[in-house]
Design a protein around this ligand. Sequence first.
Ligand code: TXA
Ligand code: MG
Length: 318
Amino acid sequence: MKTQTGTDLALAAKLLTENEVVAVPTETVYGLAANALSPQAVVKIFEAKQRPFFDPLIVHIAGKSHIYKYVKMLPAALDKLADALWPGPLTVVAEKKASIPDIVTSGLDTVGLRVPAHPMLQQLLQMLPFPLAAPSANPFGYISPTSAQHVYNQLQGKIPYILDGGNASVGVESTIVGWENGKVIVYRLGGIPIEIIENIVGKVEVRIHSSNPKTPGQLDSHYAPRKPFFAGDIYELLEKHAGKKIGLISFHNDYKNDSIIKNWKLSETGNMNEAAQNLFAIMREADTSEAEILLAEFLPEAGLGLAINDRLKRASIQ
Ligand code: TXA
Ligand code: MG
């Protein structure tokens, strides 16, 4: 199959209507989309990504007014979050209706829903009479794509079309929230900082590394580059790996050491939003560089720093 890249919304809509998969831009990362109501379309997502069927997909809708076609009810706290933060990088998990096929949710009785903010995807969703199931458009376990080129590099030949919406403006995946036993639970740290969520609904429980079967997708080995990757204290890591050709990813610091062949900075000015935007592109660049091993430092544990550090930890060899 030949993979085309372009900005033709009508073509993307036509392919999706014919049960094909199309890579689409979102403000977080690129997604690999298919008609969420069609099991035969959704199965193609799993095939193209080589994603295990136990990892549920997020369903993208044009606006909040559509949710009751797909969920039985939205707990008040999640309703409040959706009102405040949609369209945007927030996914809410709620009890699903039968309209959502089991393949989308890996047999769970809940579904993750999101209203994306990217104008091109917004327009596409408004053209379609069905919602779009879409995981990140990367091979399972690899770094998420934040540009059409990233998607092309890895999925060419496997999908017919990539809708090019430029570089993702947020750069990390959505924050995923649910409701259990009267509490808001954060299942994945992401593009909406936890502080913003807590400002709206009060204290939440963060439960990201659990082996809870409700979050099967939160596997530890995710976002992983092919080269050995270690995140932590840079001076300790430099000592441990002295003599290797080291590629280093820092927030904004310049590290000097004979072993370092390149030092990528996530943001020259120490801007957290910019660091998130650049994270996955820099991880990919480092992964295809001359370096033998990659080291990364953690960012301050606040705002988007929490989501970035979570990605660095998952990419790391423990
Ligand atoms: O920003 C994003 O969320 C991007 C863009 C494309 O929208 N999508 C994304 O999808 O990151 P993906 O497949 O890479 O991650 C989806 C994750 C699953 O791995 C799982 O952890 C969680 O969402 N998830 C989906 N449905 C769930 C459910 N019913 N309960 C708990 N977690 C769920
Ligand atoms: Mg993913």
